[in-house]
Design a protein around this ligand. Structure first.
Ligand code: PEP
Ligand code: MG
Length: 753
């Protein structure tokens, strides 16, 4: 049974569109349950009606015509209860509604299950039986499993246009897709899909200018692959029969009509060769995967391998430069810093990532670059989005796909207002952040890429509160040596001198991997990361500490910071190594000075030992990104739980307050360097807590400055007092948002001024 479900899932996932996916479900549903009828109803979001969309067993012409109101009939009952309804005699149920078009009076047994995605009912899947019978538990679970599979396919198709929603005048309504706010701002532009070139499944659709040229190019590539395979086969000793047979099989696949012809037919519909190849390979692979014979089933991986081979040649054979339109909005399954770097800076206006959340590193980078970003847009049909018009609202975390003219006009106005706002914020560049009753807040920036430095300098920052060293480590092919690290650190220390620069020791693990130092773990965020790695590899740690110390000779603005500290002995051990590096360099005749040492508070154990940690070091810095993740037990990169990730959670407010109070009691300065510091709403509370500095992405600096300048400490204290009485993040947000609106500062936390 598991096998049938597995195959059904595969068929659904590779269906070219929603209607095909629905047909697969009703066909398989009827077969698996041995029912007389299987029907799927989808709920139209605009009208709330459940519309019959596919059937196996009812009159085919009822598809698209039979409709139930939101709470009407048994279908409405399933949707209302959002749970299965299992009846042995449906017509005798008070909610039963007879529909003549389908001829369904003959059926008695009824089982309906809701199709739910992200808590929302998208439709109802129904099986019927002529005889009067209750479906057994195994059948109910099976149908629930099928419905769960269908939910993902529907959500995808809904966004990509599989279900066309029209307004009263039959104009398509633009689709709003919800994600999480990644970086503030709004942008209107054209989508460009970022994808891993070697991954066939990620290849996006793209229109071709000249179909004949594209077909000729594809045929040439196939001919090249054929020669390559033949050569590979010839290189094998004739005694290695099995290996040679594999190449014969590949060659046969290429010579047979369906693969090449199938792709050409698809190119002729206007898709480029790579996109057409993706669909053809997928179709063939699925066909093999659904075969009973296990040997034939395995052939699907050969098809995929052959597909990858052709794809590589297609790409290397035609290194056409990617076209980035003027207002490029980059979209990808899981965007990285390198994807962003591929787009010319003056063309990129926004970022959308299907994975990740507010605290993902690509969101942080977007903020630094001043680009609006929406993260964790689950169900985004990324590969069908190339060239689509889109609007993004980074404040609310929303994407408007193919916006209507009205929506577009409205957002163009907001984007103009944003530009005005940025201009007026720019004027704050050299002004300090001071509350209306005179309390000054030092404002630092977070940096990591060398490219970060110039916008950071221009932003009027008073120093660097967090320099993430893992990024220079990530963009290399091996660990950088002492000398190259000295160069990197010297650049940032010098650029900001005499202002302080906090350089954090290597914080790899979790979502930050070095390509040349792979760490394979079941649960990487609770595994070997941050200080745990560097203490286990003193040779890496000492090299880094030596480089930092050497880089700061004559500057004296170096602060060293330790990430992911969970216990005091980690600090003691790190301190010993820092002293060792320092002594070594003195012995070597370097004129190094001993730096200030700090600890990041990013895990609950550090919150509870903040006093002990504060006694050992010169400063504390609260990393609210990880602290939120570990305190709330929510993966900061997981879009499925992104709604739960909130640094303004009441538990976070209390934890940050507790750390601040502990540090103040010991007399150790405490700053905040997580994203909470760069959120105007968070900054008000942090001012009230009396933190000593805020460090944030350079793009957030002026918004936070303007916020701090708009409140008095007394007002901030009042808001903190109120916030501490709230029981959920939304109430805290509402409280702070209202305060911002009352001050005329609402435009800093939402679109429009
Ligand atoms: C944090 O965790 O809050 C932090 C600033 O570090 P990173 O985002 O680099 O993990
Ligand atoms: Mg962290």
């Amino acid at each position: 049974m598991l096998e049938i479900i597995r195959r059904t899932v595969q068929e659904v996932n590779s269906a070219p569109d929603l209607q095909h996916a629905l047909s697969v479900i009703v066909r398989r549903g009827r077969e698996i349950i041995c029912a007389d009828v299987c029907t799927v109803y989808l709920t139209e979001q605009e009208t709330g009606e459940h519309v019959l969309r596919a059937t196996e067993g009812l009159a085919a012409d009822s598809v698209g015509h039979v409709r139930f109101g939101l709470y009407e009939g048994l279908v409405g009952l399933v949707s209302e209860r959002a749970e299965p309804v299992n009846l042995d005699d449906a017509p005798s149920h008070p909610r039963y509604r007879y529909i003549s078009e389908t001829g369904e009076q003959r059926f008695h047994g009824f089982l309906g299950v809701p199709i739910i995605q992200h808590r929302k009912v998208l439709g109802v899947l129904v099986v019927r039986q002529q005889e009067s019978r209750r479906f057994d538990e195994a059948e109910v679970t099976l149908l629930v499993t099928l419905a769960a599979q269908l939910a993902g396919a529907i959500a995808h198709a809904d966004i990509s246009g599989g279900i066309v929603v029209e307004d009263q005048q039959h104009q398509p309504i633009s689709r709003i897709i919800r994600g999480r706010p990644g970086a503030p701002g709004v942008a209107v532009g054209t989508l460009v899909v970022a994808y891993e070139r070697a991954h066939l499944d990620e290849v996006p659709d793209a229109a071709v200018a000249d179909i004949d040229v594209e077909v000729a190019h594809f045929e040439k590539v196939v001919a090249g692959v054929r020669v390559e395979l033949q050569e590979m086969k010839d290189r094998f000793d004739p005694s290695l029969k099995e290996e040679r047979v594999l190449f014969d099989a590949y060659l046969m696949m290429l010579d047979g009509d369906s693969l090449v012809e199938g792709t050409i037919t698809r190119i002729q519909t206007g898709n480029w060769a790579s996109g057409a190849l993706r669909d053809t390979i997928q179709e063939h692979a699925t066909m093999f995967e659904s075969m009973e014979d296990s040997y034939l089933r395995e052939r699907s991986s050969d098809i995929r391998d052959l597909g990858r081979r052709i794809l590589l040649r297609l790409q290397s054979g035609s290194p056409r430069a990617r076209v980035f339109p003027e207002n490029t909005i980059l979209v990808g399954e899981d965007l990285t810093a390198t994807h962003l770097a591929e787009v010319p800076g003056d063309r990129l206006v926004g970022v959308i990532s299907a994975k990740g959340s507010t605290a993902s590193h690509v969101a942080i980078l977007s903020k630094a670059l001043g680009l609006p970003a929406v993260m964790g847009v689950a169900d985004l049909p990324v590969r069908h989005l190339e060239g689509k018009e889109v609007i993004i609202d980074g404040y609310r975390g929303q994407v408007y796909l193919s916006p209507s003219k009205v929506v577009r006009n409205q957002f163009e106005r907001l984007a103009t207002e944003e530009a005005e706002l940025s201009k007026s914020l720019g004027e704050l560049r050299d002004a300090p952040a001071v509350t209306t009753d005179g309390q000054k807040m030092p404002m630092y920036i977070n940096a990591g890429l060398l490219a970060d430095i110039s916008p950071s300098l221009e932003s009027g920052a008073e120093g660097v509160g967090l320099y993430r060293t893992e990024i220079p480590f990530m963009i290399r092919e091996s660990f950088p040596g002492e000398d190259s690290q000295v160069k990197i650190y010297r650049q940032v220390l010098e650029a900001f001198s005499p202002r302080p620069v906090v350089i954090r020791s290597l914080d790899i693990g979790g979502d930050k991997m070095l390509p040349y130092f792979p760490i394979h773990e079941e649960n990487p965020f609770l595994g070997w990361r941050g200080i745990r790695v560097t203490l286990d590899h003193p040779e890496i740690f000492i090299t880094q500490l030596r480089a930092m110390l050497k880089a700061s000779v004559g500057l004296s603005n170096l602060h060293v910071m330790l990430p992911m500290v969970t216990s005091v002995d980690e600090v003691d051990e790190a301190m010993i190594l820092l002293h060792r590096a320092y002594e070594e360099l003195l012995d070597e005749g370097e004129k190094v000075t001993f730096p200030k040492l700090g600890v990041m508070i990013e895990v609950p154990s550090a919150v509870y030992q903040a006093d002990l940690l504060a006694r050992r070091v010169d400063f504390l810095s609260i990393g609210t990104n990880d602290l939120t993740q570990y305190l709330l037990a929510v993966d900061r990169n997981n879009a499925a739980v992104a709604d739960l990730y909130d640094s303004l959670h009441p538990a976070m407010v209390r934890a940050v307050l507790q750390v601040t109070a502990a540090a103040q009691e010991v007399g150790t300065p405490v700053g905040v360097c997580g994203e909470l510091a760069g959120d105007p709403l968070g900054a008000i509370l942090l001012v009230a807590m009396g933190v000593d500095s805020l460090s944030m992405s350079s793009g957030s600096l002026s918004r936070v400055k303007k916020t701090i300048c708009g409140f008095s400490r007394v007002e901030a204290n009042g808001l903190l007092e109120e916030a501490l009485k709230q029981e959920d993040p939304e109430s805290i947000r509402e409280l702070l948002r209202t305060a911002m609106e009352e001050k005329g500062l609402g435009g800093l936390v939402r679109a429009g001024i």
